[in-house]
Structures are given as C-alpha cells and as structure tokens.
Design a binder for this molecule. Structure first.
Ligand code: DAH
Length: 356
C-alpha cells in the first residue's frame, strides 16, 4: 500500500470538499469502520514486531495528519457558512421603512404644528405649563371667584390632596399658562400656549382629554382692533383663504372684559367646510381683553399695560379643516383611521412650502 499516494489523494479531496456532507463522506472513506486508514490500522495486528515498529508510526502519523486536515477543513466550512448566513440576513438600517408600515402624524398634532407655524411667523413664541395645575393658576388668578358657578362649567378632575393637604387638579384649559408666563416674564408678552386639557365629559362632541391653544398679547396701548386683526389674519392663513368674514358675539369669561366668541362665515362642501364664503356661521374661539384684575394678579400694572387673549380647541379645528366627523375617532388609536387621516412626518408645516 502506497501511504504517500493515499495521503495525497485524501488531502486533496479534503481540501476540495465543498460542504460538510462531502467532507463527512471523505472522512468515512478514510477513518470509517471500513475506511482505508482503519484497514491499515487493523493490519498492524498481523505484522511481525519488526515490521510493526516501522509501519506503526507511519500509519498512525498518517491518521493524525488526516484528522488534523479534516478538523481544519470543517472549521473553514463552518466559518464560511456563518459568513454566508450573516450576509444573507444583513439588515441595512439606513433603508427607508416599507411604505405599508410607515407611521403618520395625527391630525391634532398636524394642526398644532400648523398653528405654531402661522403664529411663529406673526412673532409669537410658544409657552408651556404643567398638565397638573393648582386651583390658583387654573381658576383664582384668572378671576374665577371662589364658589362661582363658572368653576362648575369646567367639570374638573381633582387629584387626591398631597401631604400639605392641597389637592391638585388636571388643568381644564390652557389659560393658566397665561398666568405663569406673565408671572415669570412680566410685560410685554406675545405667546401662544398649545397643550392638553382635561374635563369630565364624554359624548359625541366631547372627550375627557383634548387639546387647546391659548394666545396672549400684553403691551402698552393694546385694544380690540389688535385682537380682531390678529385673529382674522390667523384664520385666513390657517384655512389658506384670502378673505375671511368674522362676527364677534358678546360672551362671558371671568378672565376677559369685554369677552367675545368669534364666528367665521363658511359653507359646507363635500367632506369638509369652506371658510370665507357661504351663509353659515361657525364658532371657532373665545377671546377678549385681559381683565385688569388678571394682569394685577400676575404682577403687571393694568394702568400701564393692556392685553388680549384667546383660546380654542385644536381637535375641533382639525376636524373642521380635514372633514373628520366624530371626535371619539380622534382618540381611538385605530391604525386604519390614522392611515387615512394622518400626515407625512416628513412634510412639517411651514409658511414657505404651505401648511398641509
Ligand atoms: N379658557 C377658555 C375655555 O377653555 C377659552 C378662552 C376664552 C381662552 C377666552 C381665552 C379667552 O384666553 O380670552 O373655555
């Protein structure tokens, strides 16, 4: 038996084995029960001691070298298989998400962004306040007298009293942000305050958590003319129309005097409304001149400064602008609804490219 020829043959078949199964069959032909090397090892028993002393190390050496070559080739094939699998399962995180699984911006948040874009261009800053308020900021500072029935209209969620015995509440409107802003920065002020508000109310037109945006301007010589121009200009830009006809109806809010509700003329069109024409009136916001007592409560001299303020429901504006029929759907978190009414996160509203 030519050991050299056998070794050369086995080594070349091991080196060329393309996969683990082929390598295993090569192993069996060499080291299996009836393999060539196993046969050689068995033949040692029939040899004379002299012959065995020569052939033994030759055959055992051959077996060791073949085993080493087999193990090395197996390692190589396993590493190659792992590389191939890693390559085939590679995820490119820089690729865009598949369109069907794309997220979208909720109409309320879209309208928030639109309102912020409109008012930012008019020189308003964005102010914020806490969702958990206290009675003083939510009511008292805003000139709601204690035990006044106006407090009841807000259906307040009260929290359990803290260690100091004082019960916080979930703010019923964004108006307390007016108070905090004036207390902190004094006059003049020109801010909007978008945010979440809470009332115990639930039916086809009311949900217990909704969104408002507040506006406040305080400066010297401020009057109703400033209020009217600001709000009409805002409505025209928000609804992207040239002409807006408004009507100011007298109303009552404790924190403004005089107070009004602003209506805009509109007509119904398929799936939505058209502002700026038509014969119907749509109530869009509450507004008024800041009550002198509110200015004084916030440390501003009402003899030197005047202000106007307004507040409106953002969800309702979104429903009007985008023809959404039921406010409860706005908070149902149904992905089909969002896919239909949602907006692209990559198209942030701005005055240059348009709002929506
Ligand atoms: N805070 C009022 C509400 O939630 C809305 C409002 C009315 C805000 C008139 C104002 C305002 O700033 O001047 O019902």
């Amino acid at each position: 038996m030519d050991l050299q020829a056998l070794e050369t043959d086995l080594l070349s078949r091991i080196a060329q084995a393309p996969d683990p199964a082929t390598l295993e069959s090569v192993r069996l032909t060499a080291l299996g029960k009836t393999g060539a090397i196993s046969q050689l090892l068995k033949s040692l028993g029939a040899m004379s001691p002299e012959e065995r002393r020569v052939r033994g190390p030759e055959i055992n050496g051959l077996r060791d070298r073949i085993q080493t070559a087999l193990a090395a080739r197996r390692d190589g094939l396993e590493a190659a298989a792992l590389d191939a699998r890693l390559a085939s399962e590679r995820v490119d995180l820089t690729l865009p998400a598949p369109p069907r699984r794309r997220g979208s911006v909720h109409p309320t948040m879209q309208v928030m962004d639109e309102l912020i874009a409109v008012f930012a261009e008019m020189g308003f800053a964005v102010a914020e306040g806490p969702d958990i308020e206290d009675d003083w900021h939510n009511f008292t500072a805003l000139n709601f007298p204690p035990d006044h029935p106006a407090r009841d209209t807000h259906d307040t969620f009260f929290l359990n009293p803290g260690p100091d015995g004082v019960a916080g509440l979930l703010r019923t409107h964004t108006s307390p942000v007016q108070v905090r802003t004036m207390q902190k920065g004094g006059a003049p002020v020109r801010i909007i305050a978008p945010g979440r508000v809470y009332r115990k109310d639930y039916d086809q037109t009311h949900v217990p958590v909704f969104h408002q945006i507040e506006g406040l301007v305080v400066d010297r010589g401020i009057h109703m003319g400033h209020l009217k121009w600001t709000l009409e200009t805002f409505i025209a830009r928000f609804f992207e129309t040239d002409a807006v006809t408004t009507r100011f109806r007298p109303h009552h809010f404790p924190f403004t005097e005089p107070s009004a509700e602003m209506d805009v003329q509109y007509e119904r069109i398929e799936g939505g409304i058209q502002i700026g024409r038509g014969t119907r009136w749509l109530e869009v916001l509450g507004c008024g001149m800041v009550h002198p007592r509110v200015l004084a409560n916030c440390g501003i001299d009402p003899d030197e400064f005047q202000g106007f303020a307004w507040g409106m429901g953002v969800d309702r504006l979104a429903m009007l602008k985008y023809g959404i029929p039921d406010v409860r759907d706005m908070f149902a978190a149904d992905p089909r609804w969002l896919a239909h009414y949602g907006f692209s996160p990559f198209a942030a509203p701005n005055p240059a490219s348009g709002l929506s």
